[in-house]
Write a protein that binds this ligand. Structure first.
Ligand SMILES: Nc1ncnc2c1ncn2[C@@H]1O[C@H](COP(=O)(O)OP(=O)(O)O)[C@@H](O)[C@H]1O
Ligand SMILES: [Mg+2]
Length: 241
């Protein structure tokens, strides 16, 4: 799903944000990305989501080798990756339904199809009845749920979240993390940057730590990782053949 091999990112300012990062995340995994502020977490996510280019090294996501794609393929690649940010990034002058449906609107999907898929996504995040509200009428936790609904509306195989609970208190943060776990249990690969040591100390999830642009991942972190797709048995054909 995500394969990085000897990736370096040096900004034009001379800052070495990532140095020799190699990392592999399989389909269906749930992985935390941690490390101090300035460690390179957001930079790593920008490279994975094609919002910036590596200085050197190889990045393959969803089967696309970023060294050999054409610029015209980038929107297509991004559509397969849901992204959630710390500050929600909702449009204040649009209703919740309009915010969630925006990615489909941009794709020119028919209005009735948008309506039904928005309802489905809002239902998944527990906000089925808030579609006509505006973002300012919702709590921070609810706004982040809306952002998650928007991120999954295209049914992406990969969901990336950059400090998604950074603006929320612990109780709401826990709920948001449970939501990510639910989405992961349905088969989506989830990669979350977080400072929140409360989640990390629970111990059953893989944790990739970035320090000054270098990956630190002990073999134990890898071994602790749960079965990548526990709730998804192999399709019948795969078992029979
Ligand atoms: N657009 C940019 N131009 C120059 N330097 C940047 C830019 N974005 C981030 N940096 C620098 O790269 C390093 C890593 O930043 P970042 O990826 O945002 O880390 P984190 O998300 O872990 O806090 C920091 O030193 C930061 O100042
Ligand atoms: Mg960051």
């Amino acid at each position: 799903m995500i394969d990085l091999s000897h990736v370096y990112k040096t900004y034009p300012t001379g800052v070495h944000a990532l140095s020799d990062v190699s990392l592999s995340i399989g389909k269906g995994e749930f992985v935390y990305l941690t490390g101090p502020s300035g460690a390179g977490k957001t930079t790593l996510f920008k490279l994975i989501t094609c919002y910036d280019q590596a200085t050197s090294g190889k990045i393959v996501v969803n089967g696309f080798d970023y060294n050999s794609i054409q610029a015209s393929a980038i929107p297509f690649i991004r559509r397969r990756i849901g992204v959630v940010f710390q500050d929600f990034k909702l449009l204040k002058d649009r209703t919740i339904s309009e915010n969630v449906g925006l990615p489909l609107e941009i794709l020119g999907v028919h209005r009735t199809e948008i309506q039904s898929r928005v309802l489905e996504a809002l239902d998944q995040v527990g906000l089925k009845y808030k579609g006509t509200y505006f973002p300012d009428h919702l709590s921070g936790g609810e706004q982040q749920r809306v952002a998650i609904a928007r991120a999954i509306i295209n049914k992406p195989g990969l969901l990336i979240a950059d400090e998604p609970t950074g603006n929320l208190d612990q109780h709401l943060a826990d709920e948001i993390m449970k939501l990510f776990e639910k989405i992961n249990a349905q088969g989506t690969t989830v990669f979350i940057a977080t400072h929140n040591t409360g989640f990390l100390s629970k111990g059953s999830r893989r944790v990739v730590r970035l320090v000054k642009g270098h990956v630190e991942e002990s073999p134990q972190d890898r071994a602790n990782n749960v079965d990548p797709m526990p709730s998804h048995p192999a399709p019948l054909e795969a078992i029979l053949t």
